[in-house]
Design a protein around this ligand. Structure first.
Ligand SMILES: [Fe+2]
Length: 160
């Protein structure tokens, strides 16, 4: 079985642990499930189009909101997910230290939508804004909107 599916299975078990604290969360717990899986899918396709390792890119996309999964809080969730995200990725037993470094950096930096990071960080940020838009959410920050606008042409067609 591919690591992406195994990682997502383990993430779903993690999300399940926080099911009971529904009212205290900034976003519904089911959003974590849906967003995790659809960002992973977008990230895989984007990585294939950009010549980046699709498995690692999609795994980074799947885990990028780990901070919000465990805290329930939107504010500062990227940085809050860095160390716990590293620990979670280690406990999966699926990744090398080098791979964990790459994914943890993407967790930490994914909210900085106006900055340009590594190819995998860029895929995580792009998948994040596309997914957000595809579910009909408006952008709360200008930098998210600008990033999305860079990904579509004048007719609104997506360019990976
Ligand atoms: Fe996020």
């Amino acid at each position: 079985m591919k690591r992406l599916l195994r990682l997502q299975s383990q993430l779903l078990r993690e999300i399940e642990k926080y099911e009971g604290l529904v009212s205290m969360r900034d976003k519904p717990i089911d959003w974590e499930r849906v967003h995790m899986a659809s960002c992973a899918r977008l990230g895989y396709l984007m990585a294939q189009a950009r010549g980046v390792d699709p498995e690692l890119a999609s795994c980074a996309c799947a885990v990028h909101d780990y901070g919000r999964i465990i805290s329930g809080k939107q504010e500062g969730h990227a940085e809050a997910g860095y160390l716990p995200g590293r620990e979670f990725l280690r406990t999966t037993g699926l990744f090398s230290e080098e791979e964990i470094d790459i994914m943890a950096a993407a967790i930490n930096n994914h909210s900085r939508k106006s900055e340009i990071g590594t190819p995998i960080e860029e895929i995580v940020k792009d998948a994040d804004v596309i997914d957000f838009c595809q579910y009909g959410f408006g952008f709360s920050r200008e930098e998210q909107k600008h990033r999305y606008e860079r990904l579509v042409d004048r007719e609104g067609r997506l360019r990976f």
